[in-house]
Design a protein around this ligand. Sequence first.
Ligand code: TXA
Ligand code: MG
Length: 319
Amino acid sequence: MNKNLPNSILQSGSASHITAAAEIINKGGLVAFPTETVYGLGADATNDKAVAKIFEVKQRPTFNPLIIHFSDKKKVNDIVEIDTKAIKLAKAFWPGALTMVLPRKKKCNVSLLASAGLKTLAVRVPDHPLAQSFINATGVPIAAPSANKSGEISPSAAEHVLQSLDNKIDVILDGGPCCVGIESTVIDLSARIPALLRPGSITHQELESVIGRVSLFKDETKPPNSPGMLYRHYAPSIPLRLNAEKAEPGEALLAFGQDVSARHANLSRLGDLTEAAANLFAMLRMLDQPEFIGIAVMKIPNKGLGVAINDRLKRAATN
Ligand code: TXA
Ligand code: MG
């Protein structure tokens, strides 16, 4: 843990800490909290000023809408129109790493800023006991992007939040490292044909097995309606070189699978994509050092969770 005294208060998930964090939310403050995917930077989704603080702290363009988090699936009905596909997906994957974009209800108290003026809202029920207790204690839906500055790597541990946002938020609830380590899958159910907006640990095939055809973003001819699909969203400060076989002099190596010359970091020696996803952001962050001229990343198989990993890597490699 950080040996220097942090300005943001790092707290465990004890009952008193959860109550204190919920009070901060109810007063319009910001709390970083763990989910199974990555740490979120939470605010009361019904409080415009609190939501505005998120954009300020993240230095995020305000057109980028936020995910609204709930502790209980039933409460999602209060803010969005649920159809049969949404019900099926919720049954199959909630609580879990799936975000659904659905039409916003007319009478909905969520801040318009949270959805960046869109007629839809992105909703998710995280599968993490501390996230659920915290959200439940606040009594409100929680708007939360990943708890990092815009364009930086998403935080998969409380220390990463401290490194990125210390001084700027009130409290960080520390739930240890995130087990998935990569952001949730985002599906847009507001269109006639559901569209996968962001790949994640719940795959395209898994979604189609529950609700039938799901179009891929690349199928669409129109511009992205999820600003999260914009290029260069997740980026370390030194260049990434993808599909590398080895590191060139001066480069750090981010390996995958058996690597005889194993230097620096290996996403998964066993070639396990789940382990690789969980390690991805922490290792990119670890190798993002001025002593290196860049990071050479070995080829990651483009199947299952590998699709989401390659999506993040491609964005990080684009200048
Ligand atoms: O795993 C996650 O999803 C994490 C944890 C904290 O839940 N959150 C996260 O939030 O990654 P963020 O803000 O970094 O990414 C949200 C994504 C963005 O790509 C955003 O554009 C998209 O969801 N999104 C949000 N609302 C949307 C909407 N109404 N229509 C289309 N895309 C939307
Ligand atoms: Mg993010």
